[in-house]
Design a protein around this ligand. Structure first.
Ligand SMILES: [Zn+2]
Length: 88
C-alpha cells in the first residue's frame, strides 16, 4: 500500500513539468554586444533576463555565442576605415 503511494508520488514528480514561462533550450548571444536573439530581434541581456526570469529557473538555457548582424556590420565598417579605429 505504502509502496504504491510512493510510486505514484514519484511518477507525479517525474512527469513533464508544466511550462510557466516559454523558455528556449538554447539562447543565441552576441559575444560582442552581449545581446540575445529573441524571436528574430536582438534584445538586451538584462531585458531578456527580466522577461524570462531565468534567475528563478533551476537550469539556465545553453548559451550559444555568435556575432550579430549589427556587430558584423560595424566590424566590416571599421576594417574599411582603419583611421576611425585608431581614433576610437
Ligand atoms: Zn552584437
Amino acid at each position: 500500500m505504502l509502496a504504491a503511494m510512493l510510486r505514484r508520488s514519484q511518477t507525479a514528480r517525474l512527469g513533464p513539468p508544466e511550462p510557466e514561462v516559454p523558455m528556449p533550450k538554447r539562447l543565441i548571444v552576441c559575444t560582442l554586444c552581449q545581446r540575445v536573439q529573441r524571436g528574430g530581434e536582438w534584445v538586451e541581456t538584462e531585458r531578456m533576463i527580466r522577461e524570462l526570469r531565468s534567475y528563478e529557473l533551476d537550469s539556465i538555457p545553453q548559451l550559444h555565442g555568435v556575432i550579430c548582424d549589427e556587430c558584423v556590420d560595424s566590424i566590416l565598417l571599421r576594417r574599411s576605415e582603419p583611421s576611425a579605429a585608431l581614433a576610437a
